[in-house]
Design a protein around this ligand. Structure first.
Ligand code: SAH
Length: 247
């Protein structure tokens, strides 16, 4: 008998942003394989599981994706409940399809439990909507980061420039390149931007400015994961009025 591999969204960091389903599966899990971005508070819910860190961060030695797939298959053949815990939502910049394909090829069932993606945590922290009547009717999630083996192209920049609101994942270390790519495609240097580091966590850090400032803002972030949001909705006048009246 084989087990089931659950790809579980761990949310942006704060443990109480986990879904009830995620918390239940963590409590039942025999094995948990988790990413670098998953907080200790969330892992503490896996009371009986063997916990394996397969975290990848751009600046540290990474566990090869093929190895992660092999570990998942091996766990699926030996255990009943296997949780593959990923930051945010597993199906957004999470390489979930590769892991699902590897499990299915080995006859192991998979299920995904969605999570709160960083974009939504960051928008909540900013108090702005990613869409806003009269301001933003489109949102795009992009990354300038290619990942090993992917061909170079500028589709991300085209999509980000075309959207009313662009949410840039894994881009803070390439802020200058992001600014250049967007300016080149006609985005005004005055378009509002926000950088949110460690969204939803106690050490959350918010920086605001305009596209022209993006590299300077990114330099002021620390080691934590950071998201850049670019668009008029970041400076939506209604949100600003609310802030002013709350002050
Ligand atoms: N699947 C995840 C994204 C993984 S890619 C999700 O849905 O959120 C990793 C990138 O996500 C980071 O480089 C950063 O850009 C962003 N990110 C993840 N957690 C974050 C957080 N708490 N605050 C800000 N950005 C975050």
């Amino acid at each position: 008998m084989t087990g089931t591999v659950y790809l579980v969204g761990a949310g942006p960091g704060a443990a109480d942003l986990l879904t009830l389903r995620a918390a239940r599966l963590l409590a039942e899990a025999d094995v948990v394989l988790h990413d670098a971005l998953v907080s200790a508070e969330v892992l503490a819910l896996a009371v009986r599981a063997k916990i394996i860190n397969v975290g990848k961060r751009a600046d540290r030695p990474s566990v090869d994706q093929r190895l992660i797939c092999r570990l998942l298959v091996r766990a699926g053949l030996r255990h009943r409940v296997i949780v593959r815990l990923k930051g945010g939502d597993p199906h957004l910049f999470g390489r979930a399809s590769e892991e699902i394909a590897a499990c299915r090829a080995a006859g192991i069932a998979t299920e995904t439990v969605p999570g709160v993606s960083a974009a939504f945590a960051a928008a909540s922290s900013l108090g702005v909507s990613l869409t806003s009547r009269g301001v933003s009717r489109s949102v795009t999630f992009v990354t300038p980061s290619r990942g090993e083996g992917s061909p170079a192209n500028a589709h991300w920049a085209k999509a980000a420039a075309a959207a009313d609101t662009a949410v840039v994942y894994m881009g803070a270390s390439q802020a200058a390149a992001v600014r250049e790519a967007l300016l080149k495609r006609g985005v005004p240097a005055s378009r509002p931007v926000a950088l949110v580091e460690n969204a939803s966590a106690a050490d959350e850090h918010i920086l605001r400015g305009v596209l022209a400032d993006l590299p300077g803002l990114a330099e002021r972030t620390g080691e934590g994961p950071a998201l850049m949001i670019i668009g008029e909705s970041v400076a939506d006048v209604r949100a600003i009025l609310n802030e002013a009246s709350a002050a």
